[in-house]
Write a protein that binds this ligand. Structure first.
Ligand SMILES: [Zn+2]
Length: 486
């Protein structure tokens, strides 16, 4: 039987982690005939040692004849019986049952070569990143101290007013960037940090007037953003000045930070979700902090962008059914529509989303402060499945009082369902849409056409109750509407 993986091509991914030329050097110093000779009995009559042309019974399959050939000059072997083939590294892998890098180590030791732990370029990059991480931690400490100073008094007052006392500030490592052009810059350069490192961390921006770079964050409350391993990779800043053009500002993308692939509060949320807390996706840091403080520990938020496909996949790795918490206004609904468009093609069995729509004009933080955690829990409990929101989006504001208009509605619904790649889920969506459509047209719903429900939470709660109360009788469900028959 041919050995598994015999003749496997060189795994370039491993080869690339060695310095260039290392493997060539190793091969030129290694005699394949010598390596193979420890495992086989050469057929001396058939072999020609002087020309490096060696034959033996194959070590990879049972045979009495010598059909295993080694070309020592080229460093390759080939078996005419079982077609095993490869070089010295492959031979050691197969016969010693070790991985690529281990085989390289064995051969290198015999050849008197040392395998460097890592490719210098990769090592340099890792060193570079750890340098930048250190600079980020220095910035965290600087901002946090800033919140204790006299200059941070207004920021402390603001946080107190939002119910974020010293304990919450400690937990989220909140800080304050004073209202100057070079506060952090002077602090870091004064401690020997290179200008380039500060710029590469996104903590300062180059001056266009030829002066020193200036701080990215000025007169802002600072939220350190940490990655899944707890390393600070960016900052978020909330403006203290109500006239500031950007209420919230995040670090620019850097070597450490890719905003489309990161979520605020990721690591703590993953841990809380692992203990059973519902994974909630809020809009911003303040919502996340309020949620966590109220006991909803598995809360995350995207960082200044709409939810991305990468973030959806991150969420699904943590929970099968994350709940998207949306502000109770039209912007919140528009955000939901975007997420639906993004999620439809990505849906897989067992992975979905729910949408918790806050009461009109409120965000999760408002709900918690005005109505308390129980009210928020009720909103979460009433979170709508994605299919309900999809229906709502396509029907809202649409007049369906003629056959033509109904046909147009069917078309958009069918198109939306068709975007689901997973056939089983597509089937169930079709079914659910048919049910919703049946309810809509067969129970005199036209009088309160969906358009009448436009805009807002006040209207939304009744919709939820209504949906439950108005399930069509079972017998009726069987008479399928024309809608989804394609
Ligand atoms: Zn063989």
């Amino acid at each position: 039987m041919p050995p598994l993986g015999a003749g496997r091509a060189l795994p370039h991914i491993h080869a690339m982690s060695l310095p260039p030329g290392f493997l060539d050097e190793l091969r030129s110093r290694t005699s394949l005939a010598q390596v193979v000779g420890r495992k086989v009995m050469w057929d001396t009559r058939k072999s020609n040692q002087g020309r490096g042309d060696m034959w033996a019974p194959c070590p990879f399959h049972q045979e009495k004849t010598a059909s295993f050939h080694v070309d020592d000059r080229k460093g390759f072997y080939y078996c005419f019986g079982c077609h095993a083939k490869g070089d010295a590294i492959g031979f050691v892998r197969e016969t010693e049952n070790v991985d690529f890098i281990e085989a390289v180590r064995i051969l290198a030791a015999e050849a008197g070569m040392t395998v460097p732990e890592r490719d210098p370029a990769a090592q340099q990059k890792a060193d570079r990143r750890s340098e930048l991480f250190e600079v980020m931690e220095m910035a965290v400490r600087h901002f946090r101290l800033g919140l204790q100073t006299a200059a941070g008094a207004a920021a402390r007052d603001y946080l107190d007013g939002r119910g974020l006392g010293p304990e919450a500030r400690e937990r989220f490592e909140l800080g304050f960037a004073a209202d100057g052009w070079q506060g952090l810059w002077d602090h870091l350069t004064g401690r020997g940090v290179a200008a380039r490192d500060i710029l590469d961390c996104g903590l300062a921006r180059p001056s266009r007037k030829g002066g020193d770079p200036y701080d990215t964050f000025r007169n802002r409350i600072i939220f350190p953003i940490r990655d899944g391993r707890g390393r600070c990779i960016a900052f978020g800043g909330r403006a203290m000045d109500p006239d500031d053009s950007a209420k919230y500002l995040n670090s620019p993308d850097t070597e450490l930070f890719d905003k489309s692939r990161m979520l605020y509060n990721l690591a703590p949320a993953r841990e809380a979700a692992g203990k059973g807390a519902p994974l909630i996706v809020a809009e911003g840091y303040m919502d996340v902090i309020a949620l966590v403080e109220a006991g909803f520990g598995a809360a995350v938020a995207p960082l200044g962008t709409a939810v991305t496909a990468e973030q959806l996949q991150m969420l699904w790795r943590i929970s099968d059914e994350p709940v998207i918490a949306l502000d109770g206004d039209t912007a919140g609904l528009r955000a939901a529509w975007r997420v639906i468009d993004l999620a439809l093609p990505l849906l897989e069995a067992g992975k979905s989303l729910r949408f918790a729509l806050m009461p009109q004009g409120l965000d999760p933080d408002d709900v918690l402060r005005r109505q308390g955690p129980r009210a928020l829990q009720a909103v979460l409990d009433g979170a709508l499945p994605m299919v309900d929101l999809l229906w709502r989006r396509e029907t809202e504001g649409r007049q369906v009082d003629s056959p033509e208009r109904r046909a147009a509605l069917d078309k958009v619904l069918n198109e939306a369902v068709a975007r689901i790649r997973d056939p089983a889920i597509r089937h169930h969506y079709g079914q659910a849409i048919r049910d919703l459509r049946w309810r809509h047209f067969n129970q005199g719903r036209q009088r309160s056409a969906p358009g009448a429900r436009r805009g807002g939470k006040a209207a939304m709660a009744p919709v939820r109750g209504e949906t439950r109360a108005s399930l069509p009788p079972r017998a009726a469900t069987r008479s399928r509407p024309i809608c989804a028959r394609r």
